[in-house]
Design a protein around this ligand. Structure first.
Ligand SMILES: *[C@@H]1O[C@H](CO)[C@@H](O)[C@H](O)[C@H]1NC(C)=O
Ligand SMILES: *[C@@H]1O[C@H](CO)[C@@H](O)[C@H](O)[C@H]1NC(C)=O
Ligand SMILES: *[C@@H]1O[C@H](CO)[C@@H](O)[C@H](O)[C@H]1NC(C)=O
Ligand SMILES: *[C@@H]1O[C@H](CO)[C@@H](O)[C@H](O)[C@H]1NC(C)=O
Length: 582
């Protein structure tokens, strides 16, 4: 059923999942990959409601992040984790495991319902799709959290587009149209509308522009526009927005690595597994080693791989004997302090997956280019290598493939070393002892193993159309502004001079900075009414307060709590907030 493009591979189906035996001859790793693939597909399915054995109580099709309910409590369903999990399940389905169909249909029903749940990020039409997580019974989670997170809708659209395309080519066009497209359509509309705004990154810590979110958005828009065409539907502004997102993505390139978070003062280097995960999830088997889309074999993505992996060499004790050019344990980013900051299984596996995908691309293209940008990556593995283009018949081509293959296998071997005998995956392994740490049976850890096993075997996903969508416009256009004008009105402020201001949680309200507060003016008709009009992006939830500043700089704040409001829907709309000083 699945395409085997790497010549001499022998594929064997194991436990309903699709696992192939590679021809590379690292038999210890082969055995581990086979066994761990079986544990991993079971691990994934156990965490999906309603019949998963570790997901009792979760609604059908709902992916529980982990059965851990305290320290940490991951008994929730995240849109991102679920989409990445189903992306790999749908790939397994396409490649032959038809038993997964019911689970996929249940996922679609669950997501259809979740898209309609109003939540702290907004209503279904006004930003609610950016909510990162929900209770496992499909109700909103109302606690405080890093929200919104804008990668969820794009990743879900990608997973479902894979399925919709399969349906279309297998007599299921009406199911694609009536059941799947409606979910994708809303996710794409969200992405078109919000890609150019800040939000929280995939690690839920930084409110800025995240490389992972933007690269997932680009891919979703490209394949979504194509799917719309196939189905005879429209995807307003998908095709127009995609090149804009691609253009913006170029600004994350810092010269020799990808700065994973921009538009935010985060005090970090930006070397972050965020970027490696981006590269593996936007891998297109038909692509060249394109720098603009950071394909796994691109010079940029390889240089970035080295930069990110190297950033963990000196900080983890478990890496003490793992020198430059040798595989190492990989975490999220070097400044991480979550559980003390440790390597993760899924990030170490991502480092392997990028390399297996790169090998696939080199073999398919029949050559490898070593240039100034990628040279340091290759030199770590082959010290004598020089800049050049090496055809597949050359000795250098063969040595590179062999070295990169063994480098990739060794990242898997690092994971093997810190995996308990029963194959169970937690979230992290401790930086000094290598002991499993944090959430048990993390779904994303298991799902990422399935992805690595496929790529190692040369099994690849369908193309998402990268070759038609990798040209960077010469000028980066923004998303069209969509603001609503809010008139702030406050009565009875205890002042006699012109010194009432408003500050709040968003850029337009000076991010709570009294020095930059927005001045209100006294109304001509009412002596004690102060007003100002401010343009705020529409459908934005924000907090604010009025303050009084005297000429000597003393600031008086209103009493707590913060005021909270949502700007109105619709570009160019207006509304007013009628407040009384408190
Ligand atoms: C859903 O789950 C939440 C969190 O566990 C709980 O508070 C709520 O009562 C549940 N709602 C329903 C309708 O079961
Ligand atoms: C919006 O897009 C422009 C053009 O690419 C870019 O310069 C800007 O940083 C982006 N802002 C956000 C918040 O995405
Ligand atoms: C994060 O940024 C978005 C605007 O892009 C804003 O709506 C949201 O309130 C911010 N979140 C927090 C907690 O400040
Ligand atoms: C690299 O070059 C040095 C000096 O030219 C040589 O001694 C060494 O054997 C070469 N190593 C490889 C792996 O080809």
């Amino acid at each position: 059923m699945f395409k085997l493009l790497l010549g001499s591979l022998a594929a064997t189906a194991l436990w309903q999942g699709v696992v192939a035996t590679p021809a590379y001859g690292n038999s210890d790793i082969d055995r581990f990959v086979n066994k761990q693939s079986r544990v991993s597909i079971k691990g994934v399915l156990a965490n999906i409601g309603a019949d998963g054995k570790r997901a009792k109580g979760a609604a059908p099709g709902v992916v529980v992040a982990s059965p851990s309910t305290s320290d940490p409590d991951y008994w929730y369903t995240w849109t991102r984790d679920s989409a990445l999990t189903y992306k790999v399940l749908i790939e397994q389905f396409i490649h032959g495991d038809k038993s997964l169909r019911r689970k996929i249909e249940e996922y679609i029903s669950a997501q259809t319902e979740l898209q309609g749940v109003s939540n702290p990020s907004g209503s279904p039409e006004s930003g609610g799709l950016g909510e990162p997580k929900f209770n496992v019974n499909l109700t909103e989670f109302t606690g405080s959290w890093g929200r919104p997170q804008r990668d969820g809708p794009a990743l879900r659209a990608t997973a479902l587009t894979l399925y919709a395309n399969w349906l279309v080519s297998h007599g299921g066009r009406s199911e694609a149209l009536n059941k799947v497209w409606p979910v994708i359509e809303k996710d794409l509309a969200y992405t078109v509308r919000y890609w150019n705004r800040t939000g929280y990154d995939l690690w839920e810590e930084i409110n800025g522009s995240s490389f992972f979110t933007l690269s997932a958005s680009h891919r979703a828009l490209v394949e979504g526009a194509a799917l719309a065409k196939t189905l005879g539907k429209s995807c307003p502004d998908c095709a127009v927005s995609a090149p804009r997102v691609l253009c913006f993505l170029q600004s994350f390139w810092a010269g020799d690595y990808i700065d994973s978070n921009i538009n935010v003062k985060d005090g970090r280097t930006g070397k972050d597994a965020n970027s490696i995960l981006s590269s593996i999830h936007t891998f297109d088997p038909n692509a060249k080693c394109t720098d603009s889309t950071f394909q796994p074999c691109s010079a940029r993505a390889l240089a970035n791989h080295k930069a990110v992996v190297d950033s963990f060499r000196s900080i983890y004790d478990v890496n003490a004997a793992r020198h430059q050019g040798q595989a190492a344990a990989v975490g999220r980013y070097s400044e991480d302090v979550y559980y003390g900051g440790n390597p993760w299984y899924l990030t170490t596996l991502a480092a392997a997956e990028q390399l297996y995908s790169a090998i696939y691309q080199w073999k398919k293209q029949g050559s490898i280019v070593v240039n100034q940008v990628s040279l340091p990556f290759f030199q770590d593995l082959l010290p004598n290598i020089s800049i050049g283009t090496y055809g597949k018949k050359t000795k250098t081509f063969k040595s590179i493939v062999k070295a990169v293959q063994s480098y990739a296998d060794n990242f898997v071997a690092v994971v093997q070393k810190y995996t308990p005998a029963d194959g169970s995956f937690t979230e992290q392994f401790e930086r000094t002892s290598g002991s499993p740490l944090s959430a048990v049976h993390l779904t994303w850890s298991y799902a990422s193993f399935l992805g690595v096993a496929e790529r190692r075997a040369g099994i690849v996903p369908p193309s998402w159309g990268e070759t038609r969508a990798n040209t960077v416009p010469s000028v980066c256009e923004r998303a069209p502004a969509c603001d609503s004008t809010i008139t702030f009105k406050v009565l009875d402020a205890p002042v006699s001079n012109n010194n009432v201001f408003v500050v709040g949680s968003i850029t337009e309200l000076a991010n709570w900075s009294p020095e930059d507060g927005i001045a209100l003016s006294a109304s001509d008709t009412t002596a004690d009414l102060w007003t100002v009009k401010v343009k705020i992006p529409s459908d934005t939830i924000f907090e604010y307060k009025y303050i009084i500043k005297t000429s000597d700089g003393t600031v008086t704040w209103e009493s707590d709590p913060n005021r909270r409001a949502t700007s109105s829907s619709g570009c160019g709309s207006s509304a007013s907030l009628d407040d009384e000083w408190r």
